[in-house]
Design a binder for this molecule. Structure first.
Ligand SMILES: [Zn+2]
Length: 428
């Protein structure tokens, strides 16, 4: 028994080391070789992002922010001919395993208190993005947001088989975030498509479009690195953070080393690092870049650290991803297709929770599309914050209560010609 355990441990650690967290860097090289203009297009994308960042600097100070709730479809592409669902070593993973992954995404992207996704780092951000399994399929029918397809294939190459996988099944890329769960055959456990294409001249010439094939967009994950449960997980990548990481790329984030020694990820609050974590340790690591020794932010979701030590997206990563969402044509289309909250005849606002400690959601419902103004007053009637949003439909906003001290405030919303106010108690 002892020997057996020893062999098992060696097997686990060897397998863990052989795993490659992410195929993003190799995928980029494939794109470069398929499309000679790729490097130039990447540079253009970065320079446009930089300009947009300067233009938007003031918006970081907003006290409210719109929460994006992205519909997700999970395509389980399995090789279980019996179609039996769930159980160990079954590529046809259970609904429970899938739901556990969606929970992790909402914990990590909302920095949710009391979960693994919470952190107290001053640079740590609530990304204000939520994910839900789609409730309607492309034909408008009710769905679980999960599809299951049997394919008689032992495994896939996550970087090279992107188009093959999308050809097996995909839903409209402009309406859903497509996530495929497959068996990886080469050790890479995650792959994702960057939002490079945009309305910039030249950037629409994506390699897959040039080849005249159907387009690929979304995230592909190995089935034993998906979710947090059900006895199907292995190695250090067992808490659902592979998907958190890959969606980070899908939102425009880079690895903290910019895929080179001391390279740039274009975020000022992620320390420059020599190389990514090898995925085996949560111990302190340091880097010497430009003769300055800094501590690596191994907690960053965009590093390759074991899942158990990750819990940070930074404020700059948040800023970058939200700008990338507004720059990329395909992401813009997805955001504009998001189902809005129900309409009400008159302007109706509600705040939850109330009293609030650190986060409060402000629901603003009305008819049609309107310019809106959200203002926070103290009890003396002094305006503390005021945010303006153009051409809005009924939406959910995050009210950042960390900018407010304990006390009572009035939230006033003006939508077109209508006004509605409500009290909120901040109790810290
Ligand atoms: Zn990556």
């Amino acid at each position: 028994m002892k020997n057996y355990l020893g062999v098992l441990l060696i097997f686990i650690s060897t397998f863990g080391f052989a795993q490659e967290r992410c195929g993003f860097s190799i995928g980029n090289k494939i794109k470069q070789s398929n499309n000679p203009n790729w490097i130039k297009q990447q540079a253009e994308f970065e320079s446009e992002l930089k300009l947009l960042k300067i233009k938007n600097e003031g918006k970081q100070l907003r006290v409210t922010a719109k929460i994006y709730r992205i519909p997700v479809v999970v395509h389980v592409v399995h090789n279980n001919a019996s179609n039996f669902i769930g159980g160990i070593n079954n590529t046809n993973i259970s609904d429970e395993q899938i739901k556990s992954q969606i929970s992790v995404l909402n914990e990590d992207y909302r920095k949710k208190i009391g979960t693994n996704g919470f952190n107290t780092n001053p640079a740590g951000a609530d990304m204000e993005i939520e994910f839900e399994l789609a409730q309607k399929d492309p034909q408008g029918n009710v769905t679980t947001g999960i599809t299951r397809t049997y394919v008689n294939k032992q495994g896939f190459d996550l970087q090279y088989d992107t188009q093959n996988i999308a050809n097996i099944i995909h839903w409209d890329f402009e309406k859903y975030l497509n996530i495929w769960v497959v068996k990886s055959k080469n050790g890479t456990i995650g792959y994702s498509e960057f939002p490079y294409d945009s309305d910039l001249i030249g950037l629409e010439a994506d390699a897959s479009l040039v080849a005249g094939q159907s387009i690929f967009d979304g995230v592909i994950i190995n089935y034993t690195n998906f979710g947090t449960c059900c006895g199907n997980l292995n190695s250090n990548y067992n808490l659902g953070r592979t998907v958190t990481h890959e969606i980070g790329h899908w939102l425009g984030l880079l690895h903290p080393n910019g895929d080179s020694n001391c390279g740039d990820d274009f975020c000022d609050d992620t320390p420059q690092i020599e190389k990514l974590n090898d995925g085996t340790t949560c111990n302190k690591l340091t880097s010497n870049c430009g003769s300055v020794v800094r501590i690596n932010m191994i907690e960053n979701y965009m590093d390759y650290s074991p899942d158990r030590c990750m819990n940070i997206f930074t404020n700059d990563q948040k800023g970058r991803s939200r700008l990338a969402l507004s720059l990329s044509l395909k992401r813009k289309k997805l955001l504009s297709s998001l189902e809005t909250l129900k309409e009400t005849e008159k302007l109706t606002i509600s705040i939850e929770p109330n009293p609030a400690k650190s986060i409060a959601n402000l629901r603003v419902l009305f008819t049609g599309e309107k310019n809106i103004n959200i203002a926070v007053f103290d009890m003396r009637g002094v305006v503390m914050y005021e945010d303006v949003y153009d051409a809005q439909k009924s939406s959910l906003y995050n009210l950042k209560t960390d900018n407010l001290r304990t006390g009572i405030y009035i939230i006033r919303v003006v939508a077109g010609s209508e006004t509605s106010s409500q009290r909120i108690v901040i109790d810290k």
